[in-house]
Design a protein around this ligand. Structure first.
Ligand code: J2J
Length: 536
């Protein structure tokens, strides 16, 4: 089911002294044993020590076995940031089943697409009585493939289904049986599946193996200098690579720290967690980092305990990056990451200029990157081109998707990221946007951020987004969406662009005022929604 691991990659891994040949379950029980009575995970309602976490995982694994879930079965999980996420996630891997991590904010069609594409035999979700949830349940109920639906709260209106179960352990399986099942997994096998962040079409299935993910987590833990004193806030969904394992909750657990699971949609509750638990580390997308900075400016919190904030996921303007350092008075680590593997980040010792103007350098010295032109030739030093990646923890193929594998990988195994990048003279990488988002207006090419960054230089416009839509005369025409925060008019916006001497060809063809920018499930500006908004 997984494109075979190329022999040169296996050789590279075998030669790495820090490549652990163990499964995530083996790793987990090692650290649970080491850190027993410390608090591992906490959410609004629960707090588990490492020992309790291990016990809950075994009980849940036994329950999964009793339901007939077995090795290599894919199970789509769509759980919010709660300790139960980790109980299910680890329990499935304990018996060799493969969690497929959907985000709580994925739409019903996306979730159904993921269940179908991964041929999941079970679905684990929270139950709310929103119509959305009912629709998924009705679909699941009719699905022939999905044998079990597990929910934390069972719906009042019972479905016909006999496959609906509470997400509560009913321990009727012996531990030795679980042990036996768990021994069946191999470090180089698929451990779990992440979903690609694309906003067009269906999410692609990203298979991550036990040992590649342990390596991924350990590399990033080292760059965050994690130890047992870390108190990490998972502000982003833990079903996403960033908060899961970069170094995320897994990095915190492997080092004996404590992870608090928060809700990205509720900024005030996040700030309360930071203050109450003296949070030292967190990972944010740029829009959330802005909110932290604004909260500090408004005096909502001083954030005295914060030591390091990672920001990644989307373009982070240098002025915004600087304000994190100036206002929050903690270390900023920019992270350019992708669920497919390659991670770049700022390193301790980078200069202020490197931290605010670049996305750092690869997390592992074994990562390989190339910056190429559209015909896959390397561009000259310092030039912008498309980023290709290869390395010990970067995937070499999606699951069940031959079409994407043909398109997104070169014949010699490079992953074509779709991102534009340049390598600075100091070796750090600067991400310049997505290839598909680069604007080509009358043949003049430029990046939307040239306009968006400039608009922030006035004091009225904080957020904007420039998109391109096809146009027969110009190739593309540009539409600037501006968040209307203080009675702006279209001519105010134009005036501001002209005052800052924006080149003529970069002036937007149309300007639209909007109350807020649509976001993707992880909190990045959703440009495809904006294009749709423009088209209606
Ligand atoms: C610009 N674009 C960025 C950055 C990611 C850490 C951080 C983020 C992700 C992630 C992740 C960017 N500046 N700093 O998995 O572990 C855009 C690029 C990239 C895509 C990947 C992690 N950091 N991006 O965002 O798989 O376009 O992972 O290819 O969701 O996000 O998205 P995703």
């Amino acid at each position: 089911m997984y494109p075979p691991i190329p022999s040169n990659l296996l050789k590279q891994r075998a030669e790495l002294s820090n490549w652990k040949r163990k499964t995530i379950s083996e790793w987990l029980f090692e650290f649970c044993g080491l850190y027993g009575s410390r608090i591992a995970l906490q959410d609004e309602a629960h707090s588990f020590t490492y020992t309790q976490l291990a016990e809950k995982i075994d009980a849940r694994a036994a329950y999964f076995v009793s339901l007939g879930i077995s090795k290599n079965d894919r199970v789509t999980m769509r759980l919010r940031n709660r300790v139960d996420f980790f109980v299910c996630f680890f329990a499935l891997m304990r018996i060799g089943a493969i969690p497929v991590l959907a985000l709580p904010a994925h739409s019903i069609n996306e979730v159904i697409g993921v269940i179908q594409d991964s041929a999941s035999v079970a679905y684990i979700g929270h139950y709310t009585d929103e119509p959305h949830e009912e629709l998924i349940l009705n679909w699941l109920d009719k699905s022939e493939h999905v044998k079990n639906i597990l929910l934390d709260v069972l719906p009042a209106k019972q479905l016909m289904s006999t496959s609906l179960h509470p997400l509560a352990p009913a321990n009727n399986q012996s531990l030795s049986e679980i042990e036996l099942l768990s021994k069946n997994s191999e470090p180089e096998e698929v451990a779990f599946i992440l979903l690609s962040g694309g906003t067009t079409g269906r999410s692609k299935l990203i298979p991550r193996t036990h040992s590649d993910y342990i390596y991924n987590v350990e590399m990033m833990s080292a760059h965050s200098y994690l130890d047992g004193s870390v108190r990490y806030l998972a502000a982003l969904p833990v079903a996403h690579n960033f908060a899961l394992g970069c170094p995320g909750v897994l990095g915190v657990l492997a080092n004996g720290g404590t992870a608090y699971l928060g809700d990205a949609n509720n900024i005030l509750s996040l700030i309360t967690i930071v203050d109450t638990y003296s949070i030292t580390h967190t990972a944010l997308v740029p829009s959330l980092a802005d909110m932290f900075v604004e909260s500090k400016k408004l005096g909502v919190s001083e954030f005295p305990s914060l030591k390091q904030i990672q920001v990644g996921g989307a373009y982070f303007a240098p002025d915004k990056a600087k304000s994190v350092i100036d206002e929050l008075k903690c270390e900023l680590q920019q992270v350019f990451g992708m669920s497919e593997g390659l991670l770049c980040c700022s390193k301790r010792g980078d200069s202020l200029d490197q931290i605010i103007h670049s996305q750092g350098s690869p997390a592992s010295s074994e990562d390989r990157i190339r910056i190429v032109s559209s015909d896959l030739e390397d561009v000259a030093a310092g030039e912008v081109g498309e980023l290709l990646a290869k390395g010990p923890y970067t995937i070499h193929g999606y699951l069940f998707n031959e079409q994407a594998n043909q398109k997104d990988f070169t014949t010699d195994g490079w992953f074509i990221t779709g991102d534009l990048a340049r390598r600075r003279a100091d070796g750090n990488i600067q991400i310049m946007g997505r290839v598909k988002e680069q604007i080509n207006r009358f043949g003049e090419k430029f990046s939307p951020t040239d306009v968006e960054d400039l608009l922030r230089k006035g004091n009225k416009i904080i957020q904007s987004c420039l998109i391109a839509v096809p146009c027969s005369e110009q190739g593309e025409k540009t539409v600037l969406f501006v968040v209307n925060q203080s009675d702006l008019s279209e001519s105010d916006v134009r005036k501001q662009l002209l005052e800052h001497n924006l080149s003529n060809y970069k002036l937007p063809d149309e300007i639209k005022l909007i109350s807020q920018l649509p976001l993707t499930p992880i909190g990045k500006t959703d440009k495809h929604q904006l294009i749709k908004l423009y088209e209606v």
